[in-house]
Every structure is written in structure tokens, then in C-alpha cells.
Design a protein around this ligand. Sequence first.
Ligand code: NAD
Length: 297
Amino acid sequence: MPAKIIDGVKVAAGIRVECKARVKALAADHGVTPGLAVIVVGNDPASRVYIRNKMRACADVGIRSFQHEFPVDVDQNIVLDLIARLNLDTDVHGILVQLPLPAHFNIRQILAEISADKDVDGFHLYNVGGLVIGDTVFPPCTPYGVVKLLEHEGISVEGKNVVVVGASNIVGKPMALMLMEREATVCICHAKTRDLAQFTILADILVVAAGQPNLIRPEMVRTGAVVIDVGINRLPDGKLVGDVDFEGVKTKASYITPVPGGVGPMTVTMLLVNTILSAERRALGHTRFPERTAGAA
Ligand code: NAD
């Protein structure tokens, strides 16, 4: 039987309805409108598309967004100063720096400057550390979206063999941590893994985030496995595909996510969820860190 295709657009739409209700409640109970500041450096066309989608999604649920654009050769200190100001700005509940940044930027320094209380991408070391011990404030949006998709489909991960292909800081590693926290048996593969298929074939749940079209072929997938394709790749003919041979693998899997329309819409939606959570925490006085003065060490 062919796999059930998990409709990320539909699941995301349901969560966005809840987002709208939470935004309304914040306005009614606290007079607060959640705000997201987005920092973009340079003119990368893919980043532009992502930013446009994120800002449109914010507007759709009633979150205010503030875009800050810089030329590709901007001095990193100018961006650090802006982040310091945004950390203190009470209209801003989330700060997002669109990655990748130009080569002259020190990404770790930039991410460390963002207040952990406004780190809605979940990349600050505090939140990464929280993820390790199962107590993060803001889970990173893409793996968070995958977890929500699995929950929505009623797919339990407890005790399952999960194989994560890709070990980046923004997808693969946090994905593995979040699934381990939910008591899956997790194996992480990456570009240096020898004989990838010997690992993927064991997966009850296979999450692929490598950025390699057609990396996962049907013979690498166990019959009945759940296959989550995080990859987004643009082929020379302009077509968007994931990392999985969708047509081939869907004949073997029990569930599969399409690209586009699977994980992608969930990533943007979890950014909205994190931004609203940040505004709710502030409204209730639940922030963790005292505010720093702009420019203070
Ligand atoms: P990355 O380049 O930072 O990391 C890729 C990871 O995959 C690395 O750990 C690398 O070792 C591994 N890898 C590469 N080739 C491999 C191979 N042949 N076999 C096994 N492992 C291999 O990429 P990233 O930022 O983690 O993104 C991964 C993919 O997910 C990209 O296609 C990206 O566009 C996509 N992505 C999608 C979303 C979404 O919302 N759907 C969000 C973020 C990233």
C-alpha cells in the first residue's frame, strides 16, 4: 500500500489558527502584540524568499514584523549594535538573523548576542544547552516542526529506531536530541558515514536533512518506515525536490512528507509559535535573564 502523504500545509494551517487565538488573547489580556525583528545581510535570493514567507506568515496571524536590511559588506559591529538595541526593545519579542551570513561574520558571536529570551530560532547556546538537558525555552523551528508533524499523525517515537541523516547545528543535531528526549533510539549519519544504507534500512522513522537530491532510494528504506524529508534542493530545471526519491520511496514507506508542502510550512509556523510564546512569557514576567544595557559588556 502506498504511504500516507503527510500534508504539512494543512497541519501548519491548524497550528496557525491556534496562533491567531493566542495573539488575540495577548492583546485582550495584556495589551501586547507579539513582534519579530528580522535581520537580513546581503541579497541572497533564497534568503529573500524565506524572509518574505516568514513576514507574510507573521502578518497572517497578527504578529508585527520589523525588517532590518544591511548590504553584504556591512561591518559586523553594526549588526551587533542593532541586536543589542533590539534586546531592549519591548515591542520586539523575537530576533531572527537570517542565515547564511557573509563569510566575514562570526556567526557564533552574532547568535550569542541575541538575548536568550528573544532567541525564537533556538540557536543561542543557552537554548542549545537547554535542548541537551530537555529543558529548552525555544526549540529550533525545523526539528520542532518535524516533532509536531509526527505528533499530529499520532506517530509515537518512544522506543523506535530513528535514523537522522544530516548532523548540522540547525537541523540534524537538534532533531536527534529532541527525538532522544522522547525516548527514541537515535542514530545520526552524516557525509562521512560509510555505507549509509546499512543504517537507514534499520529506521522505523527516517529523518533526512542532507541537502542532496535523491540521496535516499527505495532500497535504503525499510518497508513500513515513516520518512520525513527535510531537504530542499533546487534542480537545474528550477524544480524543488527533497533528499528522498519521493516516487520510489512512497511505495515502501507507511508515511512520507512531500517537498514542497511537508516540513517547510511547519518551520515557518514554529517560528510564529516561538514568537508568541516569547510574548506570553514576557507578559507574565517569565523571562530568564535581566536585560543588558545596549553596548554593555
Ligand atoms: P548543512 O549543509 O548545514 O548540513 C548537511 C548535513 O548533511 C551535514 O551534516 C552533512 O554531513 C550531511 N550530509 C551531506 N551529504 C551527505 C550524504 N551524502 N550522506 C549523508 N549525510 C550527508 O545543511 P542544513 O542546513 O542542515 O540543511 C539540510 C537540508 O535541509 C538542506 O536541503 C536545506 O535546504 C534543508 N532545510 C530545510 C528546512 C525546511 O524548513 N524544510 C529548514 C532548514 C534546512
